[in-house]
Design a protein. Structure first.
Length: 209
């Protein structure tokens, strides 16, 4: 039993070190970083049908995690990915609840102060055309709205909420039938997502300070 507990704890330690590569957990952290709150990036939903055609939940979660890391205000856990790994390995928390040492080690790794959840509530793309007989200008426009919430991990109370929005455009010129087509612009979709996430998180961090 003790051997099994040791293996579970070692596995969690290794998993955490890989999945939280964005976290500020180095041994040389200064005194201020030791007092940072721990936030777990949990579920992100694609509430808009158009958003489901362009984004994946895990990709949106990665953008949020990167942006949070740049804020340098929290220690970050990618909670959803860690849960997926535990599920795939068929691990049960009951394996360690009867062992104080193991439980303490796991709580030190995973215990968080907040959960962050979100929804991509709106996404749209359109193409505007303008030009004459021999040339045509095409403008691709993408628009996104993202709602993020921070909940207290112990009370489940929403302690901060913010909406991030972004709209960007990209112009393409076509001459005599040559030029880019009217397909979706994935780079543009990524740009509006990045900006909306940054705007929402900046507001959330400000509310918690």
């Amino acid at each position: 039993m003790q051997l099994r507990l040791t293996k579970v704890v070692i596995f969690l330690l290794c998993t955490y070190s890989v999945m939280c590569s964005f976290c500020s957990v180095a041994e040389n952290d200064n005194a201020e970083s030791k007092h940072k709150k721990v936030i777990a990036v949990a579920s992100v939903e694609l509430g808009n049908p158009s958003a489901r055609l362009v984004y994946k939940p895990e990709a949106v979660r990665d953008v949020i995690t990167h942006s949070l890391y740049r804020q340098q205000q929290f220690k970050i856990i990618d909670w959803a990915r860690l849960s997926e790994v535990l599920f795939r390995r068929n691990m049960e928390w009951s394996d360690v609840t009867d062992n104080d040492e193991a439980r303490g080690a796991i709580q030190e790794i995973l215990l968080n102060d907040y959960f962050l959840t979100g929804t991509v509530s709106h996404f749209s793309e359109r193409v505007d055309y303008d030009g004459g007989a021999f040339s045509k200008k095409k403008t691709q426009i993408a628009n996104i709205q993202l709602d993020l919430f921070i909940k207290d991990a112990f009370t489940n109370e929403v302690v901060a909420a913010a909406r991030g929005q972004s709209e960007k455009s990209h112009e393409v010129k076509q001459s005599l039938g040559f030029g880019a087509g009217a397909g979706a612009n994935s780079a543009l979709a990524q740009e509006v997502l990045n900006e909306a996430v940054d705007n929402a998180l900046e507001s959330l961090v400000g509310q918690l300070q």
